[in-house]
Write a protein that binds this ligand. Structure first.
Ligand SMILES: *Cc1c(COP(=O)(O)O)cnc(C)c1O
Length: 344
């Protein structure tokens, strides 16, 4: 009997015989390796561990989630891409997302020739009062993305409502927790045992300070993890990146102190922004950025650019808004001073 995750899987993926390397079959390091046509000399002459066993051990130790429930991706963007490959038939199926949100869901859908149903968030950029009826009427929506804290708005999505959607939606629900380290809301990772259709994505690119290396991960039921492993490129995480990810994850002290600084700086930044007349509204944030509404976003964006300060103009999604990342104390002061100088 197929479980429902297998039933939702594209038939070609269900039938797929994945690429298998000798490194999948043998995990020791004290053997004679004549299997992969590598150059026997050098430091990075060997292919990386396709299953990232050491890195998973570190993640497992820090999370109380079993290694059967962890997938490592080349950034969490790779997990988004793989979910579409696994569950959405090109030209036929759709994904769902609450807008405005992270742009990659839309881009990934376009790449795969998969439709996207966008459900407007409510007046608080939350899902609580959003009209979710289309999610439950359109059987072609195979994967639903919930981004919490949401990018670019910064707020958490309502936890009970997310759980209600996961419980009732007949498809995969991917909760993107790229900014969860900055939020005081509970992670949905604690619910993967209960909900077989839940995927929680995380990343080392934001709070963990490793955007340059491209390492993200997902927690899910083992059926979904097995599918992700089956479809991913065999060597998706380089040895260099696996090493660096392990180093960063073990450096808890630095992570804690940087996160503390960034949260204090976030409060400082909000306080300073309140005193600037160009800023009309500051939206609540649970992430390491602040979305602000201004009088003339294009003008302010260009004035800042002239001063070599780059913020994100999100006006195409939400009228006259700029998204500002929390920087170091010095960087934040520079931004505030620059904003004070701008005369419209
Ligand atoms: C930045 C961001 C990501 C990026 O993740 P990578 O691990 O760097 O690919 C994912 N989701 C959201 C919502 C983001 O803002």
């Amino acid at each position: 009997m197929m479980n429902r995750i297998e039933q939702w899987t594209r038939p070609n993926i269900r039938a797929l015989v994945p690429y298998s390397s000798a490194k999948d079959e043998f995990s020791g390091s004290d053997a004679l390796f004549l299997d992969a046509n590598e150059n026997p000399f050098g430091t990075y002459n060997r292919y990386p561990d396709p299953q990232q066993r050491k890195l998973k051990t570190v993640l497992v130790k820090q999370s109380n989630i079993s290694s059967d429930n962890v997938f490592i991706g080349n950034g969490s963007d790779e997990v988004i891409d793989l979910l579409l490959r696994i569950f959405c038939e090109p030209g036929k199926d759709k994904i769902g997302a609450f807008s405005p949100t992270y742009g990659m869901y839309d881009v990934s859908a376009s790449i795969h020739n998969v439709g996207i149903v966008k459900i407007p968030l409510d007046g608080n950029f939350d899902i609580l009062e959003a009209d979710t009826s289309s999610l439950f009427q359109d059987a072609k929506i195979k994967v639903l993305f919930l981004c919490s804290p949401n990018n670019p708005t910064g707020n958490n999505l309502n936890l009970e409502k997310m759980l209600e959607i996961i419980q009732n939606f007949q498809g995969i629900v991917c909760v993107d927790e790229a900014y969860i380290e900055f939020s005081d809301q509970e992670s949905l990772a604690n619910w993967i045992e209960k909900y077989d259709n839940l995927v929680v994505t995380r990343t080392l690119s934001k709070a963990r300070g490793l955007a340059g290396a491209r390492v993200g991960y997902a927690y899910a039921n083992s059926s979904i993890i097995q599918l992700l492993n089956k479809v991913k490129p065999p060597y998706n995480i380089s040895s260099l990146n696996q090493q660096e990810a392990i180093r960063v994850l073990n450096n808890t002290e630095e992570f804690n102190s940087q996160t503390k600084i960034l949260l204090e700086e976030r409060s400082m930044l909000i306080k300073e922004l309140r005193s600037i007349s160009l800023i009309e509204q500051i939206f609540p944030t649970a992430a390491n950025f602040v979305l602000v509404k201004v009088k003339d976003a294009d003008r302010i964006y260009s004035e800042l650019l002239r001063k070599k300060i780059i913020v994100r103009n999100r006006s195409k999604q939400i009228a006259n808004t700029l998204r500002i990342t929390v920087g170091t104390p010095e960087e934040n002061k520079r931004l505030i001073n620059a904003l004070k100088e701008i005369k419209l």
